[in-house]
Write a protein that binds this ligand. Structure first.
Ligand code: ASP
Length: 447
């Protein structure tokens, strides 16, 4: 029988489904109760380790990948004015989509009236976060030390350095050719490493989800049912309606193809709850499957992962209405406008890492006069909701990339529309290397 090998995407989807099922079984059966063997050695042992190793593998790639691909991207754009156009358009669209997202969130919150009849019980402790001043935000973009910026993974600073270096290379011209080659090769190497890391993705996705669900269970979701349902509905509406309508109107490309080709990216955002950790996969999908040229994607994807958080903004909008209702705080028109502005700023300031959005929520609360402890009420369910909103966050980055690329003539439409494209680059090792590795392993075993 000639069985077709499963594609990587299919394996990842299997990993996700099995992870959820196994996690649920462990949770419901009590196998994962604190102190049990399973809890100690499987969920908090093996699963934790596999998940952690995978996320570390992705995170280690983020800075060098963004750096190499953005420097090549800037060189590819060729002139500084078009670079400004790509930057300006991406930034404008990011702000716009996020503002629409918060408005949808508030509408959903207000219309459903969530929180109006909920008991007022404060949960866990929460420490507020102060809004940084505008001067501080600007100062944070220009690093005082390049190595430090990279070591700490400060994305806006890394983006800044890469753009300046790209521009300098363009200014030097012919003489800088070897450096251009160096960056092109570096970029290719990084993409290969992404493939290598991805080889373990199905197992890692399984481990991440099994652990998350085994630890949290679904009871929590039922407790705060109203909030969870309204939030998920608002998130899905934004993903499937707003973002897709914008994609269709502004780029003319097919939402159906977009969603299909981004499937894997959604799974990763969902399992890692981190837009940053997903950057390598988003970048690869957007350039290789959706046909966005690197000169646009290398800027808009990392920039978007850092500042564009539609899903987070939606959570902040719904949570604000929910908790304001619980505490009986009347928001009024001015209040809602303040929420829109603050959630916009808060989502821009949210780092693309798990739970960051919740921390920034306190900024919104302080501004509109809602007790910050209120966040404790949604703390328990946030880990699971974070998964959904992170997928919406990265989808927004992809949509804007396609739109900007189209308007700049940097979209390869034939690639976007080609459904038969080899979408999964499996890692292939040639026969000789395979034999060498086998010999080496045999040697180890003998020792
Ligand atoms: N986890 C989200 C992200 O990385 C941020 C958030 O907490 O909302 O995109």
């Amino acid at each position: 029988m000639n069985k077709k090998p499963m594609t990587l995407t299919a394996k990842v989807l299997w990993g996700m489904g099995l992870g959820i099922v196994v996690g649920l079984i462990m949770n419901i059966s009590g196998l994962n109760d604190p102190g049990s063997f399973v809890n100690e050695y499987i969920t908090n042992g093996l699963f934790w380790l596999i998940g952690k190793l995978f996320i570390s593998g992705l995170m280690m790639l983020v800075v060098p990948l963004v750096f190499f691909s953005l420097v090549t991207g800037v060189i590819g754009i060729g002139d500084i004015r078009s670079l400004g156009k790509v930057g300006g358009k991406s930034f404008g669209l990011y702000l716009f989509t996020t503002a629409v997202a918060i408005t949808i969130a508030i509408l959903f919150g207000v219309v459903s009236g969530i929180g109006g009849s909920a008991p007022m019980a404060s949960g866990a402790e929460f420490t507020a976060k102060e809004a940084p001043s505008l001067a501080q935000v600007l100062l944070d973009i220009v690093p005082t030390n390049i190595i430090n910026a990279m070591a700490l993974g400060k994305m806006l600073q890394v983006i800044f350095i890469a753009i300046i270096l790209g521009i300098a290379i363009l200014m030097v011209g012919e003489k800088a050719k070897p450096v251009v080659e160096l960056f092109e090769i570096g970029n290719e190497l990084m993409m290969k490493i992404v493939n290598i890391v991805m080889a373990v993705a199905p197992y890692a996705v399984f481990a991440l989800l099994a652990k998350a669900i085994a630890d949290l269970g679904l009871d929590l979701l039922l407790d705060l049912g109203g909030y969870v349902i309204v939030l998920i509905l608002a998130l899905l509406t934004h993903l499937f309606v707003t973002q897709m309508v914008l994609l269709k109107i502004l780029s003319g490309m097919s939402p159906k193809i977009y969603l299909k080709k981004m499937k894997e990216v959604f799974v990763f955002a969902f399992s890692t709850s981190s837009s940053n950790a997903t950057i390598p996969i988003t970048l690869k999908a957007v350039t290789e499957k959706l046909g966005v040229k690197n000169s646009v994607a290398s800027f808009s994807i990392p920039f978007g992962a850092t500042i564009n958080m539609d899903g987070t903004a939606i959570m902040q909008g719904v949570a604000t209405v929910f908790i304001a209702n619980i505490y009986g705080v009347e928001l009024g028109l001015m209040g809602y406008l303040t929420v829109i502005l603050m959630a916009l700023l808060a989502s821009i300031g949210t780092a693309g890492v798990p739970s960051a959005g919740l921390v920034m929520l306190s900024m919104v609360f302080i501004q509109v006069g809602i007790p910050v402890e209120g966040i404790g009420l949604v703390l328990g369910v946030d880990r699971l909701l974070d998964m959904v909103r992170t997928s919406v966050n990265v989808s927004g980055d992809g949509v804007v990339s396609v739109i900007v690329a189209k308007s700049e003539g940097k979209l390869q439409e034939d690639v976007f529309n080609d459904m038969n494209l080899n979408m999964d680059e499996e890692i292939t090792i040639d026969r000789d290397t395979e034999k060498n590795i086998a010999d080496m392993l045999e040697g180890f075993e003998k020792k």
